[in-house]
Design a protein around this ligand. Structure first.
Ligand SMILES: [Zn+2]
Ligand SMILES: [Zn+2]
Length: 226
């Protein structure tokens, strides 16, 4: 059994998955002060030293904002898709394209205020470009490429069905569907949704919004494909 602990630092969520007394950290949230973050972790009874692996679902500033600090505290290796390692190492903060009227405006504004999206660059330790088992790290999980939101987006699927998708799915609407909202390549994203539907994934934990079940993703794909 795995235990999922979500730490919401306002706007973005980072996830800690506990298995056999080890933590896998997925994403690091938007940049906040180390004081605020350590307080949040303490409240959830998490010692960063117990984190044994860090996975970055994709390199956007709201997912790598505290990566440097968390890497230093945990001394854990950082895994990222090979296509985004350079962006992370240079500390660049690309803004994705919007796919709806509202998200197009947000994307446009984001590009104007891009200099505000600063984070400390990090050199990743493990670069992947295909399905990768996490068994050697002590987790019954695998990482799969799920491109579309960005070219190097990845998801983490645990054997028990808990699946961490970063921004491959946003769950920010009140209805019963999730929408792409932001994606550089929507057709590619839809193929990634299909991959997730066909996988062992059971419950999805997005980078923004509440967890949702596979049924929701299935019906959302039908709505988007209409
Ligand atoms: Zn995000
Ligand atoms: Zn993103």
């Amino acid at each position: 059994m795995v235990e999922v602990i979500s730490v919401n630092i306002g706007f973005s969520i980072l996830y800690l998955v506990r298995e056999n007394n080890k933590y896998l950290l997925i994403d690091s949230g938007r940049p906040v002060s180390s004081r605020k973050l350590s307080k949040k972790l303490k409240k959830k009874k998490i010692n960063p030293a117990d984190i044994s692996l860090i996975i970055v679902t994709h390199v956007h500033y709201d997912h790598v904002g505290n990566l440097k600090w968390l890497k230093e505290q945990s001394k854990a290796p950082v895994m990222v898709h090979i296509d985004e390692a350079g962006i992370l190492e240079r500390g660049e903060a690309p803004i994705p394209e919007g796919t709806t009227f509202l998200s197009k405006i947000i994307s446009y504004l984001g590009k104007i205020v891009n200099p505000c999206s600063k984070y400390y660059p990090v050199k990743a330790d493990i670069l992947i470009n295909e399905v990768c088992s996490l068994n050697d790290f002590g987790f019954t999980a695998a990482v799969i490429p799920t491109p579309g939101h960005t070219g190097g987006s990845i998801s983490v699927i645990f054997g028990t069905g808990e699946t961490f998708v970063g921004d491959t799915c946003f769950n920010l609407y009140w209805g019963k569907t999730v929408f792409p909202m932001f994606a550089n390549d929507v057709p590619r994203l839809m193929r990634s949704w299909q991959t997730l539907i066909d996988s062992e994934a059971r419950i999805f934990y997005p980078g923004h919004g509440k967890p949702f079940l596979k049924e929701t993703l299935k019906s959302s794909l039908e709505v988007v494909n209409k």
